[in-house]
Design a protein around this ligand. Structure first.
Ligand code: ADP
Ligand code: MG
Length: 226
């Protein structure tokens, strides 16, 4: 039996606006298993990014519990959440968020260097990951000199540089043309699996969602297995 790395129980998220309370997530239960890939799909605006933000410790549930091992994310301090985000989780967003004045290698190694202060060690891991995503020949390129697909491949290397248990990917190929999207998708699945991490992929694209081992659909704030 696989270990559960992240467990959500009865999780709800309500956004209160002046006009109304928006019940975006309603009593969501979800277990993320070690080393497995899961997808969460659903139409735009249904709460996919909200759910991923809660799993990644970027947002807190309005009610319910989110457990990552012994850490209760709803009750954790900001310091604990920051540590969780940098050591347990790797993030890949639709936008690459690379630093424009830094090279591919510097961008990929930065989270490791910030955590450990070990420059050679961080550089070694980042080089291995950039090699794994096929960018060995682009180490010294800044984002402006990379294609959209290459930028997302650097973002994938960066997400994995601290050996996270879980990679959370929010529409990771949403800004790419179809050919680069397929390359990036394949690399994302293979590199995450090779490193034994779990992948949680959020997408409105049914084809991409279908690549995951476990597939969920988010509709009207509730999660169903498909
Ligand atoms: N901070 C917020 N305040 C108010 N409403 C929000 C906030 N964040 C998200 N929402 C609303 O919650 C809904 C779900 O958003 P989101 O999780 O981004 O959906 P998705 O990623 O599936 O497109 C949207 O209607 C959005 O406008
Ligand atoms: Mg979204």
């Amino acid at each position: 039996m696989s270990d559960v790395v992240l467990s959500l129980r009865d999780v709800s998220r309500v956004f209160s606006t002046e006009a109304e309370d928006l019940h975006i997530l309603r009593s969501v239960d979800l277990d993320i298993l070690s080393g497995r890939s899961s997808s969460i799909s659903g139409p735009s605006g249904c709460g996919k990014s909200t759910l991923l933000s809660i799993m990644g410790g970027l947002d807190r549930p309005s009610s319910g519990t989110v457990m990552a091992g012994q850490l209760d994310l709803g009750k954790a301090t900001e310091t604990q959440l920051a540590s969780y985000r940098s050591t347990v989780i790797g993030f890949v967003f639709q936008s690459h968020y690379l630093l424009k004045d830094f090279t591919a290698l510097e961008n990929a190694m930065l989270p490791a260097f910030m955590l450990s202060g070990d420059r050679p060690g961080s550089e070694r891991v980042a080089r291995e990951l950039l090699d794994a995503v096929g960018l060995s020949a682009r180490l010294d390129h800044t984002p402006a000199r990379l294609s959209g697909g290459e930028r997302q491949r650097v973002a994938i290397a960066r997400a994995l540089v601290n050996s996270p248990s879980v990679v959370l990917a929010d529409e990771p190929t949403g800004s790419l043309d179809e050919d680069s999207a397929r390359t990036v998708e394949e690399l994302l699945f293979s590199v995450v699996a090779e490193r034994g991490a779990s992948l949680v992929l959020v997408t409105h694209d049914p084809r991409l969602a279908g690549l995951a081992e476990v597939r969920y659909q988010l509709r009207n704030g509730t999660l169903a297995t498909v």
